[in-house]
Write a protein of this length. Structure first.
Lengths: 351, 307, 523
């Protein structure tokens, strides 16, 4: 058991070591590079704010993915739900008139709802009633979401008059205020630990969460325990999608302040890495999101100062997740040792 | 709609389909042995990069092609080792490869080529003019001249189909993907078959990436595959896990893309809506509304010989 | 592989198996003193066995008697600890199925090793594919299959997909696979388990056609009537020993049943007297896949045991009663119909279930004892209120349960996966019993438990009986059934063969019914 808990730590260390070797191989000093990485991420108030700006949506989508994994579902389409959330929130943001605080709240709820529906309706129903694997369906929905987004702002109904593919700006009442002036960090960051606690609470302290966890552990036992598989699937995907959509809405309302044409299907993957690194634990997800936010922000600095391409961050991410995935390695070594000790063990057949 | 009569449309549909078709063929290889291959995207990317790098280095597109195949195979070995022998979850391991590949190729690209991008004089694959094909009425202009890899693809497709359905290797391959325990009982080395199937998939994906970089675009840029590896996966499903079927699906995607380019100017339908079509159809297929989607029965299940 | 002499088949009955060393009939297989020990159980205890050329020799026994182990040794899947096996006069000790096949031994498993998506020819060819150049020469396979089909009377279309074939046809394919690899000794493992009566008839028509060609057959079964029909001799095994071998001609079912179940004294338990009261569970015409329409009643203060060989309808029955499987028919619990209710609602109405698979269904191993104890009622008071869980209550209750049921280690926060089998079962029992249902369904509650733990379980069940609850005990262990039950219902092929009262339920009678023999019930 102990080995399992420190495995993510080992993965991170190995990843950084490999990254360092790569840096060295290309003629740069790894220590300078990593130094720049750290200072770029945490060196000043501005850096910290930048790191947290990246962390913010990542943490929430990470929570979304972790939640779905805990319920036994692979919601790979967190990216698409994120974009839908942004789209819905943007629309409420510029097309609807509402008093100040209410406007933001409604916009964020619209985003969450859009994300929830995007996950639960098509992928959810297809899985619950047709057994269609959610990995592919949520992924497909992500591509559709990206295309939908492009459509809406490239000559579509959500484009602002003119030639630029973007939506009209958010009404001032729908904008989330900056926490640190001069940065893009909004006060919405405080929602992150709140959501983590909420996710933790739902999973650990509510009967709904318990039902979903049962489904995630063992569907047979879950049915024996009285859990309705259809309800479980739909609820889990709705919550997961809702969180992603919420993240998307925060990004649009707080950082971008309008809907840009930056829809990208690969957005959700980092969220998956974050969730897996944290072993689907809500608080671990926050830490992992900070790590990746730091990697992202610091990498720019690393490029400028140490002349190391910022993609190194991507390499490190990939190595981390690879080691998480290959956790079977542990099992493999343990089995090898065990088999030698036990010799020819034959189990009694079930008659 | 005049746009449909333009042979350019159909010709570029084929051209654009080939990278996906290669990757999809790889997907068929892998899934037929029971390994879900989300890592196609990553292998394509690595193949694309290797192709450009070695082509520029040795001033030969063919060496670049070879490099792409080797790179794809090596990456696949990593993935295969993790999924087949370590019994890692196929999906997580696949995502790992994708992210790793994206990061690695981006890193190498920036380290080696930097701002300027890949050299513009990188040899790309030659365009072949095939007289026999050119003279076919109507289809001639569409099929008659393409870069080499397009024709090589058809060769590979035919061979792959034959191997899968007409040779002992193919039989074992399919058996392993359907019911590994029975194959094991019949003396088939299940794990070894899966491993090499995944490696073959990697070679295909590498070729697909190479087609993108030294066939169509003649350059490399980070993340240039833009999800084609995942579309290939959809093509595998939509093509019912058959080589020719997956090619047909890839063609559909290629057509959709080509159509969207042609429609760029016209206001009739937004190109973005058209691009959605393949994904919608895939979902319908998965939900059982369009065609029959029966995956190889043991697809996605790690095989534990000791159980 | 020994060449078979081209003698005419010996049709004469050879009498008792132990002798018979004359030259007229060739002895294909000779097993002496075969022993195999597993931790805690002697699966084979000095088994003797003979097989003559062209003979069909049946092995009859209950679950756990040693049939599977014996087969696995013959097929190279297991190595014996002691004993001597001679195949065609030569020492035989295969260390893998490949060696067994090479020696001419073929086995048709109960669960077919066929790939549904492939054709018959492809399935047969797999593993030793003939080639034509680089390609697979399926035509050669088809040709040889047709030869074999004709020779052995096993009609099959070689190019058909296995998925399209009936169970009976698939079995033929399995047999043909064995013949394709030149098997001269065929082991059939419970071959009629999955066949319809017509298919059984077909199979029995076809088996003599093998034996005429010198193939010898070991026919493993628990079905008395069939054994008498198809086999020349039958060897009864019980608890790892070969009890006796008899010619099937002239032996009565009664004798065989007695040999099979033995004469040991049933477990003695203190059974406080008391008349069963009102019916708590009334089942009428309950049917599901694998279960024929069945009627059943369980009264207050009564233990009704469902006996039968594994796979004769027990799991469908449990699924139908609990709501886990789709079913037709009526189920009335304490006067209230529950057959339209969900699993959860049935629990709420008072139906408890200790499932057969405690690790995959009864418990969630990564969760703690306390969490597992809340598995069925976590959503309602006192385990939870208004959607929230009362984890403190869970721990309290777990503390009590662990003490009451003597779970070791008595730490409610221990992961269920870390407990021994016996303790895991105690947790499941504790949960169901403390849930205080009106009727308990307990499926194989002592499977895999040592004597002490098994006794504990039995005592708890008897306690429930004293407390005027109803208990439906599904068990594969005849001792358990006879020791605990007030009434016994026997399942065979998904049908209730009959219900016996405690007085009527002798080992013989129950044994016979388990083997498919209808027995006239006392009023």
């Amino acid at each position: 058991m102990r080995a399992r808990t420190i495995w993510p730590g080992i993965a991170i260390v190995i990843a950084f070591v490999v990254g360092g070797l790569l840096t060295y191989a290309f003629g740069n000093d790894p220590f300078i590079a990593y130094g720049a990485l750290v200072s770029g991420a945490f060196g000043s108030l501005y850096s910290i704010a930048s790191t947290l700006t990246v962390t913010l949506p990542l943490a929430i989508t990470g929570l979304a993915v972790a939640f779905s994994f805990r319920s036994g579902l692979f919601n790979i389409g967190a990216g698409g739900q994120y974009w839908l959330g942004g789209i819905a929130a943007a629309w409420v943001g510029y097309a609807v008139r509402l008093p100040p605080v209410i406007h933001i709240v409604v916009a964020m709820l619209a985003g969450a709802l859009a994300g929830a529906l995007w996950a639960a309706v098509i992928p959810g129903l297809a899985k619950a009633y047709r057994g269609a694997h959610e990995v592919i369906t949520t992924l497909m929905m992500t591509y559709i979401a990206t295309d939908l987004g492009h459509y809406l702002v490239e000559g579509g109904p959500m484009q602002q008059p003119g030639f630029t593919p973007q939506s009209p700006p958010m009404a001032p009442t729908a904008v989330i205020g900056r926490l640190v002036p001069g940065t893009q960090l909004t006060w919405a960051i405080v929602l992150v630990p709140v959501l983590a606690v909420a996710v933790w609470y739902v999973l650990q302290r509510t009967s709904l969460g318990f039902s979903l966890r049962l489904a995630g552990y063992n569907l047979r036992a879950a049915r024996y325990a009285g859990v309705n598989p259809v309800t479980a699937i739909l609820t889990a995907l709705a919550i997961s999608g809702g969180l992603s959509g919420f993240a998307g809405s925060i990004q649009v309302l707080g950082v971008d302040r309008r809907l840009f044409d930056g829809f990208d299907p690969s957005y959700g993957y980092t969220a998956i890495v974050v969730a897996l690194l944290a072993r689907n634990d809500p608080f671990g997800t926050l830490l992992a999101a900070v790590l990746f936010g730091a990697l992202d922000t610091g990498a720019n600095q690393m490029q400028i100062i140490a002349n190391v391409p910022f993609n190194l961050a991507g390499v490190i991410q990939g190595i981390i997740i690879f080691f998480i995935a290959a956790e079977g390695l542990l099992r493999y070594f343990r089995r090898r040792r065990g088999a030698q000790a036990q010799g020819d063990l034959q189990t009694a057949p079930a008659e | 709609m005049n746009v449909l009569l333009n042979p350019e449309l159909w010709s570029s549909a084929l051209t654009l389909a080939i990278p996906i078709a290669f990757a999809a063929l790889g997907g068929v290889f892998s899934e037929r042995s029971g390994v879900v291959n989300i890592a196609l995207e990553g292998k394509m990317l690595i193949g694309a990069f290797a192709a450009v790098a070695f082509s520029a280095l040795f001033h030969s597109a063919w060496i670049g092609l070879l490099a792409a195949m080797v790179a794809g195979a090596l990456t696949a070995m990593l993935f295969a080792w993790a999924t087949v022998y370590l019994r890692a979850d196929h999906i997580i391991a696949g995502l790992a490869i994708d992210i790793l590949a994206a990061g690695l190729t981006g890193f190498l690209f920036n380290s080696i080529y930097g701002q300027m991008g890949t050299p513009s004089d990188t040899p790309s694959l030659p365009i072949w003019h095939v007289p026999v094909l050119r003279s076919i009425p109507v289809l001639g202009p569409i099929l008659g001249h393409h870069e080499a890899l397009v024709y090589l693809f058809f060769l590979v497709l035919v061979v792959a189909n034959w191997v899968l359905f007409r040779t002992p290797i193919g039989l074992r391959w399919r058996a392993v993907g359907e019911y590994p325990r029975a194959a094991d009982a019949a003396g088939v080395p299940v794990l070894r078959v899966k491993f090499w199937a995944v490696v073959a998939a990697g070679v295909m994906a590498g070729l697909g990436g190479a087609d993108l970089s030294i066939g169509i675009l003649n350059s490399f840029s980070p993340n240039m595959t833009t999800g084609r590896g995942f579309i290939a996966l959809a093509a595998v499903i939509f093509g019912a896990w058959r080589p020719w079927g997956s090619f047909g699906a890839a063609l559909l995607f290629g057509f959709a893309t080509s159509l969207s380019f042609q429609l760029q100017g016209s206001a009739a339908i937004s190109k973005n809506i058209v691009l959605m079509l393949p994904y919608v159809v895939t979902i319908l297929a998965l939900a059982g509304f369009v065609g029959r989607t029966t995956a190889p029965a043991a697809d996605g299940q790690p095989y534990d010989p000791e159980r | 592989m020994a060449e078979a002499r081209e003698d005419a088949r010996s049709g004469a009955s050879k009498g008792a198996a132990a002798g018979g060393g004359e030259g007229r009939e060739e002895r294909v297989l000779q097993v002496r003193g075969l022993t195999k020990q597993f931790p805690g159980v002697r699966a084979l205890d000095g088994v003797d066995f003979d097989l003559m050329r062209g003979e069909v020799h049946a092995i009859l026994g209950e679950n756990g008697a040693g049939k599977s182990t014996f087969m696995n040794v013959l097929y190279g899947l297991l190595r014996p600890d002691e004993g001597d096996i001679r195949l065609w006069g030569q020492p035989y000790a295969p260390i893998s199925p490949n060696e067994a096949v090479a020696a001419g031994v073929g086995m048709v498993h109960q669960h077919f090793m066929l790939i549904p998506a492939l054709t018959v020819a492809e399935n047969v060819a797999l593993g030793s594919e003939p080639r034509k150049g680089l390609a697979l020469d399926l035509d050669a396979v088809v040709a040889r299959l047709q030869e074999l089909s004709e020779a052995f009377g096993l009609e099959v279309s070689p190019r058909a997909r296995v998925a399209d074939l009936s169970v009976g046809m698939r079995q033929r394919v399995e047999i043909l696979k064995a013949f394709y690899r030149d098997a001269r000794l065929l082991i059939l493992d419970e071959p009629t388990a999955l066949l319809t009566p017509q298919e059984v008839h077909e199979l029995f028509r076809v088996i003599p056609q093998f034996t005429e060609r010198g193939v010898s057959v070991i026919f493993i079964s628990h079905k008395l009537a069939e054994v008498s029909q198809i086999a020349r001799r039958v060897t009864v095994v019980r608890r790892g020993k070969s009890i006796d071998t008899r010619p099937t001609e002239g032996v009565t079912p009664r004798e065989l049943a007695r040999l099979m179940v033995g004469r040991e004294v049933a477990l003695q338990y203190e059974r406080p007297e008391g008349e069963p009261g009102a019916p708590l569970l009334q089942v009428k015409g309950l049917a599901a896949e694998g279960l024929e329409p069945l009627d059943l009643e369980v009264h207050e203060g009564e233990i009704v045991a469902v006996a039968g060989v594994e796979g004769n309808g027990q799991e469908p029955l449990i699924g139908a009663l609990s709501g886990l499987l789709p079913a037709r028919g009526e189920v009335i619990l304490d006067g209230r119909p529950i057959h339209h209710l969900s699993v959860r609602r049935r629990v709420e109405e008072g139906l408890g279930l200790v499932p057969s698979d405690r690790q995959e269904e009864g418990l969630v191993l990564p969760l703690t004892i306390a969490e597992n104890l809340a598995l069925r009622e976590y959503y309602r008071p006192p385990f939870g209120r208004g959607g929230l869980l009362d984890l403190r209550y869970w721990l309290e209750r777990a503390g009590e349960a662990v003490e009451q049921f003597d779970v070791r280690p008595p730490q409610p926060r221990t992961r269920a996966g870390a407990l021994s089998g016996g303790n895991q079962q105690k947790v499941v029992l504790a949960r169901e019993i403390l849930g205080d249902p009106k009727v308990h369904i307990a499926s194989q509650p002592t499977r895999g438990l040592d004597i002490g733990a098994a006794e504990f379980v039995h005592e708890r069940l008897l306690e429930l009986r004293s407390e005027r609850r109803g208990v439906l005990l599904i068990s594969l262990d005849l001792d358990e059934v006879l020791g605990l039950a007030d009434r016994v219902l026997v399942l065979y092929r998904g049908r209730a063969m009959g219900v016996l009262t405690r007085e009527e339920a002798t080992r013989e009678k129950v044994g016979l019914m388990m083997l498919g023999q209808a027995v006239a019930e006392a009023a």
